[in-house]
Design a binder for this molecule. Structure first.
Ligand SMILES: [Zn+2]
Length: 1155
């Protein structure tokens, strides 16, 4: 044993020496290479270099192949250090004492990736025999939109009278009421005016006849109603009885019916969990069928989440009319929806795609809306609504029942011909239906007469009845033998974007509409995740060290619940989509804004507890919190502002929270009242800092505030502690400035503390560089032109420009939903030459370019590791003075990406796209929730985003993203207004260029529906969206000793993301926190054919194994049991686990008890 350990140590020492010499050699070669300007290089040198380049490539491959050896060595070292450490705590002794000013151990040169973990992304895609791949369908379709007759977008349907003689037609009429939690009215106004009446009437009207049924989806409304009838105990019993009897079914049971384009999977899970947890607590029901009739396009991510929550079935509606027609003609409207990356059919969920134009009654009974409208008895003459086809419904009487029943049956039969089984689904409802008692009577009584007639005439061979959506699926499964019988259903993989409901009306506008709030959504999301995790850790810590009566556990839990619900509400398909009325948008914005404020309170009180050296000193003063966040958002529609920290001679502490999955070295910036600040880490060592100016406008420097930036090192999910104090002698490095504007001699006001130069005629480009990248920026436009990876020294075109889209001059114009441009975009030109400000410092350098409508900043971090590998781009956009214009940022690279690009779905997975010339321009835009990328055989260019926006690649090598849109008119989808409430909007991105290490094109790459980000891509996204959170102590708290906090023994595996650690509500009255939390982990799929060198990360990969009992340093795992995604289902065996194994791409949920 000892021998093998010695051998390993010796072996690893030799190996590292070899690696380091190889690396130094490479470095040396590259240095030589870059020292020689290419202009003065002759051909033979060029040839030599290319030979060297080949050698370097070869060495790189060797390095990659040696990963396995590194992994083995790492494992042995971990074992050795484990035994050496012998239970000592990392914070006080182990990890933090290493290196002079380094809080974290030095990261390995190359991330140790287990070769097995690379296999997943390289496995070839295999389509099942009866499989449909959406990318193939798009290749196939002509998108020619011919007139189909009564079913305009389809075809004529015929049948033979006797088709049902042997096996009768089974009809399930499913009453539903679509309740938008905010759209033309706010959530509360809809509740007051409509929803409460629907639910009140439901209780009465369902009781009148046990054959009546209805389904309900939105728990945001249902729970509000339930709370309001709280004292009516008798009513309660009746209401649960309705569910038990099967008359009322909760379908999906999420907080809302979420948008599937802009929403991030964190928020999709949040809204599902919130709804399901409410249902379990109050009604004891477990939904099993999804119902999504109104989201504007459908994502397989939602299908996956429903599957993980234990669902068997789902229904979707808004799918491109050409796709619907294609599916109808192949009888594939019912299928098993399978994830693109699923190799073992474990993600299959039975899905019903509604065939026609809408979910209203005219488009659900059969193909002819003129006929179906006559069976919407709310439209009986004399009512408020009528049939636009000008034939009104007739109340059913003994005289007309035969005619009317046969007429309706004809529609049912025709609809049935589009499906493989003899079970037919006929939804019966619309927006906010069944508000009045009369409407209940009209629909239920007339339909019952029709059913009674049909069912009492055996020659019709039909059984018609009211049903719930699960009744339908149950009958379908029986008829199809669960899909494996005689009517085997196909599998479908891919997504249903971009939606068009008619003509060239593509719903790609809402991918960007109201971008201010799309960004605010992400800020709330990041704060909610950070707060959930830190709060759960604080409670666990209290269970261990003794609870403080002063800690606001219940109050914080209420704030968390409120924030969960407001984030959930905003995932509604008229909220995050930006498709609600102006005042409804303000209502959502106010909710998001207040929730962010509340979450900050939860984060600071948890951080206060955890960072205290002596927990006895904990004292919670709600009006004067111990820690304060350093930024303030003044109003729901304003951008956050940094507060200025007063720094005096007495040290002031800064507690910094890292909510990331890995230990992190990232820049933290705070504003201070003096440029003379010394920053010390927790061990009293001085930290390198940079002081930059705070600019009041393009040429004026603030005299009262300074930007203080430094690199903080914070452990995974932990807290770092830094001290700031004023020092007369200058210890900080002031940034150097160059401000230029062509043809204008600028005068800069203020800025005495800095070196500021101006120029009006600079022609040589502005170069920003760090160890990884060199950016070349035009001195005329102030925009990026070229990018060089230091790794290979090749300068590549990377031209950033802004462009305008107008709206078409035709009748139908762009609005909140639709993007109907007037052709290609026109170049954006600023009315006067931009003011370009170059800031150079030791921690970061940046160029800020002020154009009339945009302030554009490109920043490079001088931080080794991950932060240095990408360029950060921030735009502050203001198009409030424009009309019918949309502004986009376009990146023109020289990558040979052809017509292919990649966009993510809900931040969960990547969907390959193809730009198609047979489709109009607006059809080639897709939602970008977390990233989009382009690639050719040797490179990948990724744009990582901090907010959802619409994205496209209209030409090879180009990537463009719409930043904001201002539109004068309504686009006739019911909203009744344009989009004119634009705000000054901030958006942030990271631009990442990566070399693909295997030059040969992976086999069949052109066709595979799979693609995965690199680990660096995943991590850079995390850094952009979950930045370090600094919190400052008050001026009078210097005496309270604080200490860093590191809850985990190590970083999580590089490919594992902690989605949430969410404290579960206690079953007790009052609803405070329980001792359990939901541990939700996602094992990300990643592509290994990219360098994982110099990432500065301390993680490794582990084939999806996580030893949870060893993960939480000082905390003990009391219980760990698996559960379904929304915690409604648990396996029979109740045994507590020690280790979790997660398959690639899987999201796994466990109940976890720590103390
Ligand atoms: Zn809706």
């Amino acid at each position: 044993m000892r021998l093998s350990r010695q051998f390993t140590v010796f072996g690893s020492a030799i190996f590292f020496v070899v690696i380091i010499s190889l690396y130094l050699m490479l470095d040396h070669l590259q240095l030589d290479h870059t020292k020689n300007p290419s202009s003065g290089m002759d051909r033979s040198q060029n040839g030599q270099l290319s030979v060297l380049q080949d050698k370097i490539d070869h060495l790189e491959r060797l390095l990659a192949e040696n990963n396995e050896i590194i992994t083995n060595i790492r494992d042995s070292i971990i074992k050795i250090t484990d035994s050496v450490k012998d239970g000592r705590r990392a914070v006080d002794s182990g990890n933090f004492s290493q290196g002079p000013a380094e809080m974290l151990p030095s990261p390995p040169l190359v991330i140790p990736i287990d070769p097995e973990d690379c296999q997943f992304s390289t496995r070839p895609y295999s389509k099942s025999a009866d499989g449909v791949q959406m990318l193939d369908v798009y290749d196939l379709l002509a998108f020619d939109n011919p007139d189909g007759g009564v079913w305009k977008q389809g075809f004529e349907i015929t049948y033979d009278e006797h088709e049902w003689d042997k096996e009768p037609l089974q009809v399930f009429v499913v009453p539903h009421s679509h309740n938008d939690p905010g759209w033309l009215k706010t959530f509360d106004d809809y509740y007051r005016d409509q929803t409460q009446h629907i639910l009140n009437n439901m209780v009465v009207k369902l009781h009148e006849d046990v054959r009546r049924k209805i389904i309900w989806s939105e728990i945001s409304y249902f729970s509000k109603w339930w709370d309001n009838i709280d004292d009516q105990k008798r009513g309660r019993c009746e209401k649960s009885a309705l569910i038990e009897s099967g008359q009322l079914e909760i379908a999906t049971g999420g907080w809302v019916m979420p948008d599937e384009a802009n929403s991030h999977y964190f928020a999709l899970i949040d809204q599902l969990l919130e709804g399901h947890q409410w249902l379990e607590r109050h009604l004891g029901v477990k939904p099993k069928t999804g119902w999504a009739v109104d989201p504007f396009g459908h994502s397989p991510t939602q299908a996956y989440l429903l599957k993980q929550a234990g669902f068997s079935n789902m229904l979707i509606q808004r799918v491109h009319y050409s796709v619907k027609k294609h599916f109808a003609s192949h009888k594939t409207l019912e299928f098993f929806w399978r994830q693109n990356w699923d190799h073992d059919a474990s993600t299959d969920i039975l899905c019903h795609m509604m065939p026609f134009y809408s979910y209203d009654v005219p488009h659900t009974c059969g193909p002819d809306p003129k006929t179906c409208c006559q069976f919407d008895f709310k439209r009986l003459p004399g009512g408020r609504v009528s049939c636009p086809w000008r034939v009104p419904p007739q109340a059913i009487t003994d005289h007309n029942v035969q005619d009317r029943a046969r007429m309706l049956l004809d529609q049912y039969r025709k609809k049935s011909k589009l499906f493989r089984s003899k079970v037919v689904l006929a939804p019966l409802g619309d927006d906010f239906r069944y508000t009045e008692a009369l409407e209940w009577d009209q629909q239920y009584q007339n339909y019952q007469k029709l059913f009674d007639y049909m069912n009492s005439h055996p020659e019709l061979h039909v059984k018609a009845q009211f049903g719930t959506i699960s009744d339908y699926f149950e009958a379908l499964r029986k008829a199809t033998g669960d899909g494996v019988g005689s009517l085997t259903l196909p599998t479908v993989s891919g997504d249903f974007f971009t939606y068009a409901d008619r003509d060239d009306h593509y719903w790609s506008g809402y991918f960007t509409s109201r971008p201010f709030y799309k960004r605010l959504d992400r800020i709330l999301e990041s704060h909610l995740r950070a707060a959930e995790i830190l709060y759960s850790l604080a409670l666990a810590n209290m269970r261990k060290v003794g609870k403080s009566n002063d800690f606001p556990a219940v109050e914080s839990y209420k704030l968390l619940t409120g924030a969960r619900r407001n984030l959930a509400l905003f995932q509604h398909h008229d909220a995050i989509t930006g498709t609600a009325k102006d005042w409804v948008v303000v209502d959502y914005g106010t909710r998001l804004f207040h929730s962010i404020l509340n979450l900050k309170r939860v984060i600071v009180s948890s951080a206060h507890w955890l960072s205290l050296k002596d927990k006895q000193m904990f004292n919670h003063d709600p009006s004067n919190l111990f820690l304060q966040m350093d930024d303030v958002q003044p109003a729901q529609d304003a951008l956050p502002r940094k507060t200025v920290l007063k720094i005096g001679p007495n040290p002031r502490s800064l507690v910094i929270y890292n909510s990331g999955d890995q230990a992190r070295s990232s820049m933290v910036t705070v504003y201070t009242n003096t440029p003379h600040v010394r920053v010390l880490n927790a061990y009293g060592q001085v930290v390198r800092t940079q002081v930059s100016a705070v600019w009041e406008d393009t040429t004026r420097v603030s005299k009262d505030a300074y930007q203080l930036s430094f690199v903080a090192q914070v452990p995974t999910l932990g807290l770092g502690v830094y001290q700031l104090c004023e020092r007369a002698e200058v210890q900080t490095e002031p940034a150097r400035y160059l401000v230029l504007q062509q043809g204008n001699d600028l005068s800069i006001k203020g800025g005495e503390s800095f070196q500021v130069a101006t120029s009006q005629g600079q022609t040589e480009p502005i170069i920003l560089e760090n160890n990884h990248l060199q950016l070349t920026i035009s001195p005329i436009t102030g925009l990026l032109e070229k990018l060089k990876l230091k790794e290979d020294g090749v300068e590549r075109q990377m031209k950033v420009e802004f462009v305008w889209y107008g709206t078409t001059s035709r009748k139908d114009k762009s609005g909140a939903y639709l993007f109907l441009p007037d052709g290609d975009a026109k170049p954006y030109t600023s009315s006067k030459p931009p003011v370009i400000r170059v800031n150079r410092g030791s921690v970061f350098s940046e160029v800020t370019t002020s154009l009339t409508h945009i302030t554009h900043t490109v920043r490079l971090y001088h931080i080794n590791g991950l932060e240095g590998q990408s360029a950060e781009i921030c735009n502050s956009v203001d198009i409030r003075g424009e009309f019918n214009r949309e502004i986009a940022m376009r990146i023109k690279s020289d990558l040979n990406s052809k017509d292919r690009f990649f966009t993510d779905l809900n931040g969960f997975q990547i969907q390959p796209r193809r730009t198609m010339s047979k489709l109009p321009l607006q059809a080639n835009f897709y939602p970008m929730t977390s990233m989009a990328y382009l690639q050719d055989p040797s490179l990948r260019l990724s744009l990582l985003t901090a907010q959802s926006l619409g994205v496209s690649s209209l030409h090879s090598g180009h990537l463009e993203v719409i930043l904001d849109r201002r539109l004068n008119q309504d686009d006739n989808r019911g909203l009744g207004q344009g989009v004119l409430d634009n705000k000054v909007t901030a958006n942030a991105f990271r631009l990442l260029l990566e070399k693909r290490s295997f030059a040969e094109e992976p086999q069949g790459e052109g066709n595979t529906p799979n693609s995965f980000p690199s680990l660096v891509g995943h991590m850079s996204y995390m850094h952009l969206n979950h930045p370090l959170i600094p919190m400052a102590t008050g001026l009078d708290t210097a005496e309270v000793p604080l200490t860093p906090y590191a809850p985990l023994e190590s970083s999580l595996p590089c490919d594992v993301h902690l989605v949430n650690l969410r404290t579960i509500q206690s079953k007790d009255e009052g609803g405070g926190p329980s001792e359990e939390a939901a541990l939700i982990l996602h094992r990300k799929g990643f592509d290994c054919s990219f360098s994982s060198r110099n990432t500065g990360l301390l993680c490794s990969t582990t084939c999806g194994k996580i030893a949870v009992d060893k993960l939480f340093g000082e905390l003990t795992v009391r219980r760990l049991t698996p559960a379904s995604l929304s915690l409604l289902h648990s396996p029979e065996s109740d045994q507590s686990l020690h280790q979790i194994t997660i398959k690639p791409m899987e999201i796994s949920t466990h109940r976890l008890q720590l103390s």
